[in-house]
Design a protein. Sequence first.
Length: 345
Amino acid sequence: MATIGGYTMFQVLVAEDEIWIRDAVAEMVDRLAPHFSVAGEVSNGQEAWDFIQEHWPSIVITDIMMPNKNGIWLSEQIYQANLPLVTIIVSGYDNFQYARQLMRFGITEYLLKPVVEEELHAALRRSLVKLEGMAEIHKGVMNIQRFVEQMAEMSHQEAAIELRTLLTSMQKLKVTTPGMRKSLLAILSSKLNGLLEVYDHRRTFIPLDVEDESGIHKYFAGLIEEWRLIYPQNAQHHVNNSIKKAQEYIDAHYYENFSLARLAEKSHMSVSHFSMLFKKTTGYTLLNYLNLVRITRAKGLLQEPDLKIYEIADMVGYSSLPYFNRIFKQTVTITPVEYRKRMGQ
């Protein structure tokens, strides 16, 4: 969720393995700008889950049947983590069993393919009511993200003060959905544990198993103290080297089908912490950096008059021409055709 020109813009993730359907849905969403914007497009449930942990969109539009984790699995992950986002199902199956299963995960929007634009727009507008009720929780998630990202620059005392402020803000949240505050605490616990494991691969996850306020404060204070002891002087150098290697890999293999999970595994980090450290080190999310590299290469290729635009899209890693056109325009502010004309080709 972002504010653009006075409007609240809700970020939407589209998860669909059929490229032409994914393109069509993304274009339908973009026609509701400036209120809704496509933050990303992925082809399976695992990629969607990784994207959510990095970008925290407000709405997920997902197909049910996808390879490498389907939409039901994704919906269950979102439900179990009590994340402050709305899920809209788009499916080719008019199947009550699917619908009943998804209702258990709090999903009420179930659209059949072929997707009718007016029906999708109506579902997105209905989502606004739910999103208004999640605004405070979404803010809490963003505060957690900022705190964890900035810990390396804080002194132990500053980190302790910021932690108390963060926990107090969670306690004061006017949560309308039971379990939301507990989910925020679980997210904070997961991120701090994951960060500690980056610097000590032998460490095991220490769960939050207390519910009273003093026990909660003591638990998180213990993690901060452990961070002070475990964070070595050369830790930032270690992280910078890992991220630099990831950047070099992207620079050399930008045309491949990328997986955030694969890059995180190569760096010996969890997906969420690799994402956080990549952004902290480079200033870009992984997806934005990959798109920047690809579009930079595409700009060079567009100066080759014998190459078709669809060929260039494929050469730099985009299997979908409409998606390439959208990303190019987002990055360069003009379409590939307009760019080529300006370059005199």
